[in-house]
Write a protein that binds this ligand. Structure first.
Ligand SMILES: *Cc1c(COP(=O)(O)O)cnc(C)c1O
Length: 353
């Protein structure tokens, strides 16, 4: 095994809820969409399944075309992959190698340190501010001649906080032209903050900005693995060189295309999740928990030393959440029923901080 891999942290997937007799379980650990797939999407997948003896279209041209159409972009500015996570791997492999540096905020998406190490590059994690937002001044200070890529996550997983358009634009003035800035917007559909940065506007004016989005969260296709990137054509062309051949299956493509055709129905669901989030944050704060401002489909509670106790208590009651030992807990916003249950259970604990 390569020496560099000994230090790679394992990806900790959200746990399934423990089975507790007579108690309804709630999986709030992986930021999944609580709704079942739309019948039209299931139907599209069933049709695609009928030709599973054939390899899929290697360029996913129908899906790429549908995404380009949705955003009024050129198909040359669109790439799809087996989840946005696959595209993050490709970014590291395409643009970095040993000796190169990737700058990202910490805490942020836990795939970032992994892909950095896999590429053999060096990580430069920059601590979040006290408000659990990206510290863009400190990130700009952290750039060196060896920095090739900056990964920005907005809304940030796991804190839910966003980067403002003004802060992003000021940051970009300090970023050299030959450093790629990635806006990971996996949760952007849940964002209702009008001052937050929008990658679609930013990438069009620049040649070093790439936007990542996914069908896993807002579109509810996490199990099929399909995400996409939008960026300048030369960046996209470079990324295609590291694409896994035939990675995106015909079933995944069909589901994504059918989802884009059902956008109205799906965005009503996203609105309902946002309503739940607003309610949940308010109720948690009333209980005295320290909750970050979230624009995503999850909330972050700063629970410090109490994290283990809280997460174990919820687990004993068949509610799975995502702990970060000694720091806090990320809880996915689910259905009204899940949120009511969570609030009911958390009544029984007293926040320590
Ligand atoms: C979930 C997530 C992704 C994308 O996940 P895929 O399922 O691979 O599309 C990307 N970035 C962040 C920050 C995420 O939380």
């Amino acid at each position: 095994m390569r020496e560099a891999l000994t230090s790679v942290p394992a990806y900790k997937a959200g746990q399934a809820p423990s089975a507790v007799a007579g108690v309804t379980s709630h999986k709030l650990s992986s930021n999944e969409n609580p709704y079942e797939p739309l019948p039209s999407v299931v139907e599209a997948v069933a049709q695609a399944a009928a030709s599973m003896n054939r390899y899929p279209d290697p360029t996913s041209s129908e899906l790429v075309g549908a995404i380009a159409h949705k955003y009024d972009a050129d198909p040359d500015e669109v790439i799809v992959g087996t989840g946005a996570v696959a595209l993050i791997y490709q970014i590291a492999q395409t643009f970095t190698g040993p000796g190169d540096e990737i700058v990202y905020a910490w805490r942020s998406f836990e795939a970032y340190p992994i892909v950095t190490a896999v590429a053999g590059a060096t990580a430069t994690p920059v601590p979040l501010t006290d408000r659990l937002t990206h510290d863009l001044d400190a990130m700009a200070d952290a750039l060196t001649a060896r920095t090739r890529v900056v990964l920005l996550c907005t809304p940030n997983n796991p804190t839910g906080t966003t980067i403002s358009a003004a802060d992003f634009q000021r940051f970009m003035q300090r970023v050299p032209d030959d450093v790629l800035v990635v806006l990971d917007e996996a949760y952007v559909e849940f964002c209702r903050d009008g001052s937050a940065v929008n990658g679609l506007t930013e990438y069009r004016n620049r040649h070093n900005v790439l936007v990542l989005r996914t069908f896993s969260k807002a579109y509810g296709l996490a199990g099929l693995r399909v995400g996409y990137g939008l960026g300048p054509a030369p960046i996209i062309a470079a990324l295609r060189r590291t694409s896994l051949p035939f990675g995106v299956t015909a079933a995944a493509s069909a589901a994504a295309v059918a989802s884009l055709a059902a956008e109205d129905e799906l965005s009503a669901r996203v609105d309902a999740v946002v309503e739940q989030r607003i309610q949940l944050v308010e109720r948690l704060r009333q209980q005295g928990w320290s909750v970050a401002d979230s624009e995503a489909n999850f909330v972050w509670l700063t629970t410090g030393e109490q994290t283990g106790e809280l997460v174990n208590f919820l687990d004993r009651n068949a509610v799975a959440t995502r702990p970060f030992a000694g720091e806090g807990v990320r809880i996915t916003v689910g259905s009204q029923e899940s949120n009511d249950r969570l609030i009911e259970l958390l009544c029984e604990l007293t926040p320590l901080s």
